[in-house]
Design a protein around this ligand. Structure first.
Ligand SMILES: [Cu+2]
Length: 447
């Protein structure tokens, strides 16, 4: 909470400085002071302090970029630079991002606004920013070599355009794209409707799906990896580092998700059904929406879905590809389910006294196991709930629905208190068989 207050304090300090400087044309001709964020906390929504009113979004483990108003133009300053991102407590990655974090700050504006985006390149190589989904003059589209010269290291370029459509967008590099996105460069770009009552929701969340390949004990992503990433992240955070989506019972909620990985992600939410209301191409007419509980987010696309939070509880929300709800793992590990390794373990222990056979009955044990690992390495499955290990990692968090919260309260309410008699319980009558296993000794196979 201290950091949130610091952030708001800093944001208003920036605004105050800007207002004082507004009398000076020289000052206004200068670059706006970039606002830097050093923490991975989810910042509370940032209400606009100038321009048209709107209902701000919450960026999961992220923040919204303050602007300065210059003769009716909203001016933002993005600094492309190397950053250190805490992906979850105990694990830091050396990434590239904007203004101190990966992803960069969320840009929030209103349909019809004119924006001037200053981009300073503090990377060791050329850069440019593409404003994904925006209708803008061709020369503002940010494609290095095609629509503009590359931004050399140390230089600042200016992008200026009017926002033609409201909706859900993002920004990302279009220079050495594979490397710069593998290093974590991206951000969300929300354009609110001119009429704040249009598409109105009570809580509006946004995050981007990204993937990294960081070897155990390492800090820097392998940038040439094509498919075999080992860290599946939301806004460069992995479970248990991803904050919960905290909502009030009865709230109308929107979740906006963009995919900048190399594969699709079926995002599945427990506890409510929803409908896709917006893509990076625009709003979906109500007559064209249908109910879902999972929505596939294609590569290079955004989907926003909406629902009414009906049932209180701690509901899982995650990618339904089960490898994407794990942290760094060795994909070469053989499957040993049903194999009795007692004899082979005895033989191996003669050579390796600490050898521990694993996986004869599945891998759930790993969620609770304490094994020695290199520094700065995550367990494959981790996180604890009120009933034990959750055995998850990667693209997993919770939607926490509670009654009686304040409209502006986004704090984690802690574990859900289940009403008596509403939790699955152990059958205490007579049981006969031990757990069934494959019987490899008979020709009958499994039974
Ligand atoms: Cu996935």
């Amino acid at each position: 909470m201290v950091s949130r207050r610091n952030f708001i304090g800093r944001a208003s300090a920036v605004t105050a400085t800007v207002s004082a400087a507004a009398v000076s044309k020289v000052a206004m001709a200068a670059l706006p002071e970039p606002v830097i964020q050093t923490r991975p906390d989810t910042m509370p929504p940032l209400p606009p302090d100038s321009g048209r009113p709107y209902n701000p979004v919450v960026t999961l483990n992220g923040w919204t970029c303050p602007w300065r108003m210059n003769n009716g133009v909203k001016e933002f300053h993005l600094v492309a630079e190397p950053v250190v991102r805490e992906m979850t407590p105990g694990f830091k990655a050396h990434l590239w991002g904007y203004n101190g974090q990966s992803p960069g700050p969320t840009i929030e504006v209103v349909e019809g606004d004119r924006v001037r985006l200053f981009v300073t390149n503090k990377l060791p190589e050329v850069h440019s920013v593409h404003w994904h989904g925006q209708r803008l003059p061709n020369g503002m589209d940010g494609v290095t070599g095609l629509t503009q010269p590359a931004i050399p290291p140390g230089k600042t370029f200016v992008y200026e355009f009017a926002l033609k459509n409201s909706g859900t967008f993002m920004y990302h590099p279009h220079a050495d794209e594979m490397v710069q996105m593998a290093m974590g460069m991206m951000g969300s770009f929300i354009v609110h409707p001119r009429d704040p009552q249009l598409h109105r929701v009570d809580r509006d969340f946004v995050f981007l799906l990204n993937a990294f390949d960081i070897r155990p004990g390492g800090y820097v992503p392998q940038v040439n990896t094509m498919l075999d990433f080992n860290l599946w992240a939301w806004n460069s955070r992995v479970f248990p580092g991803i904050d919960p989506l905290v909502v009030r019972k009865g709230d109308r909620v929107r979740v906006r998700v963009g995919n900048l990985t190399m594969t699709n992600h079926p995002i599945h939410m427990h506890g409510a059904d929803f409908a896709v209301s917006c893509t990076d191409g625009g709003w979906v007419p109500e007559s064209a929406r249908w109910p879902e509980v999972s929505i596939d987010i294609p590569v290079g696309a955004m989907r926003a879905f909406e629902f009414v939070a009906g049932e209180p509880g701690d509901w899982a929300i995650h990618c339904h590809k089960s490898h994407h709800t794990m942290n760094a793992m060795g994909h070469e590990v053989k499957t040993f389910i049903g194999v009795d390794k007692k004899d082979v373990a005895k033989t191996i222990r003669k050579l390796v006294p600490d050898y521990m056979p694993m996986g004869s009955a599945g891998m759930a044990d790993m969620g609770s196991m304490e094994m020695p690992m290199p520094d700065n390495t995550l367990p494959m499955m981790t996180g604890f709930g009120q009933f034990g290990p959750i055995e998850m990692g990667g693209m997993f968090t919770l939607m926490k629905v509670r009654e009686g919260m304040a409209a502006d309260d986004f704090n984690d309410p802690g574990p859900y208190k289940h009403p008596a008699g509403t939790v699955a319980y152990e059958f205490r009558g007579a049981t006969d068989d031990p757990p069934r296993r494959f019987d490899n000794s008979s020709t009958g196979g499994s039974r």
